[in-house]
Structures are given as C-alpha cells and as structure tokens.
Design a binder for this molecule. Sequence first.
Ligand SMILES: C[S@@+](CC[C@H](N)C(=O)[O-])C[C@H]1O[C@@H](n2cnc3c(N)ncnc32)[C@H](O)[C@@H]1O
Length: 225
Amino acid sequence: MSGTAPAAARQGSDLWARVFAALYDPLLWRGERAGMGARRRQLLGRATGRTVELGSGTGLNLPNYPDDLEELILTEPEAAMRVRLDRRLRTTQRKAKVLDASADQLPFTEGSVDTVVSTLVLCTVDNPDAVLREVERVLRPGGRLLFVEHVRSKSPRLALWQDRLEGPWRRFAEGCRCNRATLELIRASGLEVDDVQEATWEGMMVPIVRPLIFGAATKPDSRRA
Ligand SMILES: C[S@@+](CC[C@H](N)C(=O)[O-])C[C@H]1O[C@@H](n2cnc3c(N)ncnc32)[C@H](O)[C@@H]1O
C-alpha cells in the first residue's frame, strides 16, 4: 500500500497484514506436514556460507538450515511477519540476524553472499525481475539461489482458474500472484538453473497454489568463459 493511500485504507491494509500473519502458519500447517516441510529440509540443507533468506515470513525455514552455516541473515519487510519471525528465532538456538529489507533492495555489497533462499516469495514480490537482478548482484560468482515457489500451472484449465482468481487471491494472500510463471523469470535472469523439480503442494486446500517448483540456480562465474 502506498504512503499516499487514504488513512482508512492504510489502516485496513495494516489490519489485514496482521491478520494474515497470524493465519499464516495455521493455513500452511497441513501442507507442511504433507511434504512441504520435507522439501524445505532437503533444499535448505544445501545452503552454504553467508546465506540470505528473502521474505522469511514467520520463519518456517529456521529449523532446516545446516548447523554449521557460516552466517544466516533473514530479511522480511512486513512488520507483522517480522514480529513472528523474531519470536520464532528466540525459541531456537540458531544464531541469525533479522533485517527489515525488501528483496529488490538488499543491503549487501556486490558478490558478498554465497546462498540466497527464496521460498514462496517470488510469487509475492511486486517486481520479480528487479528482485532477481538484486539476487544476481549480491551473489558471488558460483553462488546459488535455492528456491521453492508455487507457479503458473502447465494445465491450461488450472492456469485459466489461476488467471480468473488472481485478483481475489492476491488481495487475500497479501500480494501473492498465483499465476506467475516464476521458473521462466528465473531462466530469463542472469542465473543458470542447475536443477529444478516440479511437484504438487499436497495438503493445500486451494488448487491454484498447488503447482510447485524447487531447485537451485547459480550465478555464472564469468572467469570460466
Ligand atoms: C507467502 S510468504 C512466504 C514466507 C516464507 N518465506 C515461507 O516460506 O513461509 C511471502 C513473504 O514475502 C514477503 N514479501 C513481500 N514482499 C516482499 C519483498 N518485496 N521483499 C521481500 N519479501 C517480501 C511477505 O512479507 C511474506 O513474508
């Protein structure tokens, strides 16, 4: 919501942001148990070195990072989510820094990050191309983006429903675009997709968010050429 929006609209949006943050874990609970939790563990076990997570939300990824990770930085621009993220972090032994930062303006110097993590975030950011440019900027050559994202369906029928329901879903889910072709956006960025798998987000009641991709993309090392 822009800073020039009428006060009543801003308050309504802040209130929904708080409600959505409170509903987030319960809404995902079945899906986490039906396979998303295992997927997070599998993916985040690949994080190495200085690791930056985009849009950490309530911190569902926290238990899944390797214990010997050099540094973990969790970024989250939404205050209502950050409150829950801080709270979850305090209940763990993990050392991590929480930053109020948007994924399209990361407060890191060029080539200073080994791993960037995006789980269910590229669907929500307003400008995924700008975010991917920023990811590419902060990663060192050879550094990796690890991702789990729900995406536009390959089934024309489900994709049609994703298009039809994009507006109401976006308003409900705080900006999430259920019809975004995120893999194509990653492929079109400067990153090279190393491996990608398609899956179904089991346990989610709403079919429009079920098509999933997960995998890794690397910032090419220009010295190799
Ligand atoms: C669907 S939630 C995913 C949360 C968490 N990554 C997970 O896997 O459960 C999307 C998150 O992206 C955050 N977000 C929205 N816009 C963002 C932006 N421009 N930069 C970074 N995070 C953003 C939201 O606040 C929210 O926490």
